[in-house]
Design a binder for this molecule. Structure first.
Ligand code: SF4
Length: 313
């Protein structure tokens, strides 16, 4: 803005900022279909954001999904998650959530594909940062900003029941994804400690109420861990839990984490698990793993960057 006086420009420079996130690292994989960003925040902390392109199929249009973070680290501590293992730092502000979308959009470039869907499946438990997450969704939706419909937003939660109920009461037509990962409370409490407070029956009850109020389908996320939760018997138990009209199961073979004894099952074992659910009439997909060569699982790129960064003096 060279038409403004120098003093005014200087004042603007010191008083305002155009983005609360700055690109720090970018990794591209899957022949350009997946890009993972490490964004730096103003206090020097880093967060991950992933953009994934999907080509059109017979059943769906081409889409570009952005996976955003809601917290720096995560306090939930799931045993199979790199973010959970690296601890919790702080909540993101509404601006830091909004700006992940804007910065990634800008990087897509003019005339390229634009973002069609948002999933809150990056670092953090979105319901633990409820006000900022809902604030960001409402801001994206405003006619004078992006006009991005909440129907294209998915909020994923480990199952913090009071916040699911609050979201339902809000009447915001977002999609809800429940990270279930186990078909019984005993196993789930070992994998996800907060299950002791909010057991499976309470979570699925709240999820159903959300589906009934919004008409949106509930997606149950189930990370497949070899020898832990991937048997046919466990698939049968899962089928009984999620067998209500508006439900879909996403099976996710685990992205291996360095140093972890946990591993994904074989393809045939994952397919046998899926077959049980489909036979029970439940819509089920096995999610294609993306970006294995760029540490695409939540928290892995940041964990690697933290390991390699020089320790503070
Ligand atoms: S899986 Fe989600 S809720 Fe669990 S530790 Fe990782 S980021 Fe947190």
């Amino acid at each position: 803005m060279r038409t403004l006086p120098t003093a005014t420009r200087r004042l603007l420079e010191t008083s305002y900022t155009f983005s609360s996130v700055t690109p720090h690292l970018k990794r591209v994989a899957d022949r350009g279909q997946t890009a993972k960003y490490l964004f730096k925040l103003r206090d020097g902390k880093t967060i991950e954001t992933v953009v994934m392109h999907y080509d059109a199929t017979q059943r769906s249009r081409a889409r570009t999904t952005i996976c955003v973070s809601s917290q720096v680290g995560c306090p939930i501590g799931c045993s199979f998650c790199a973010t959970g293992q690296s601890g919790f730092d702080r909540n993101l502000s509404e601006a830091e959530i909004v700006d992940q979308f804007l910065m990634a959009s800008r990087d897509l470039g003019e005339g390229q594909r634009s973002l069609t869907n948002v999933v809150f499946m990056g670092m953090g438990e979105p319901m633990n940062n409820y006000a900022a997450v809902v604030g960001a969704i409402r801001r994206w939706a405003r006619a004078d900003t992006l006009n991005f419909s909440p129907r294209r937003v998915t909020v994923s939660t480990i199952g913090l029941v009071p916040f699911i109920e609050r979201l339902t009461a809000e009447g915001l037509p977002v999609n809800l994804a429940i990270s279930l990962h186990a078909p019984d409370d005993e196993l789930r409490s070992r994998m996800i400690p907060v299950n002791r407070k909010y057991p499976i029956a309470a979570i699925t009850g709240a999820a159903r109420a959300h589906a009934e109020r919004t008409g949106r389908r509930i997606s149950y996320e189930y990370v497949l861990l070899q020898g832990v939760n991937d048997s046919v018997e466990q698939a049968n138990r899962l089928a009984k839990i999620v067998n209500h009209g508006l439900s879909h199961v996403n099976l996710i073979p685990m992205n291996p984490i360095e140093g972890s004894p946990l591993a994904p099952p074989s393809k045939s074992r994952a397919q046998a698990f899926q077959a049980v659910l489909q036979t029970a009439g439940i819509s089920t997909t096995i999610r294609a793993t993306r970006g294995l060569d760029i540490d695409a699982a939540c928290g892995q790129l940041r964990a690697r960057q933290l390991q390699s960064a020089p320790s503070p003096a």
